[in-house]
Design a binder for this molecule. Sequence first.
Ligand code: ARG
Length: 264
Amino acid sequence: MKKVLLCPPTFYDIEYEINPWMHVQNKVNNRKALGEYEALKNAYKSLGLEVLEITPVKGLPDMVYAANLGFPFGNKFAVSNFRYEQRRKESNFAKEYFEDLGFKIVTFSENIYFEGQGDLTTAGGKYFMGWGKRSSREAKDILNQELGINCIDLELRDPYFYHLDMSLGPLDSKTALINPRSFTQEGLLKLKGEFDNIIETSEEDNKFMACNLVTVAKTVVIAKGISDKLKNDIKKYGFDVVEISMDEFRKGGGSIKCLTLEFY
Ligand code: ARG
């Protein structure tokens, strides 16, 4: 069974600002955040996924965005090396968690940043790595070497969409949602070469981080608030759409995919 790892929002809040969505005065409503989290967890369970949960740590409010902890691949776990000091301790807890599960840990040298599934995703046996805002371009060489993959690297240029998972949302090997303002011309050309069907997200849908989705077989789990047009575009390719409200988690600069670490 396919597995995902989540981190309960027990200590989630906006305590610092490391991306343009975060404003310390825009506090989290904890009751609402927990409701959104539980709805996402239940959606995954009803879709037949096994849901694991890592214990949240006081003082690490962004640990709720479990996608950033690293990248599990086979029996290896490439543990993140966060760009910002505020998140760096999360890696210790992720390392410990995956070691206990029996994974072999892959690390990065101090000056090479890597933010896990925030910047590395896969579709149809291909691997896409985003760099420039959080992960370093050089992380690609380590990932290729240590995991035996061949990453297609994509520069991210928009400060609001600082991770690849806010910019590219693969539905399957042929089809993906793409936020065109995230990429350079060269990047867009690369993506057009890799996917047959590209659904470009509108400015309105980008406000809801539409690309930050998780696909489970033929169901797309996506943030509530996206346009009917986008929902219909997704359905045209044969997918069902499940919408979950992510209003509280957007305050921290994340949504569905950011909360979800997938095991491939
Ligand atoms: N506040 C977090 C940060 O800035 C949000 C992370 C969003 N995660 C993601 N996978 N895009 O690091």
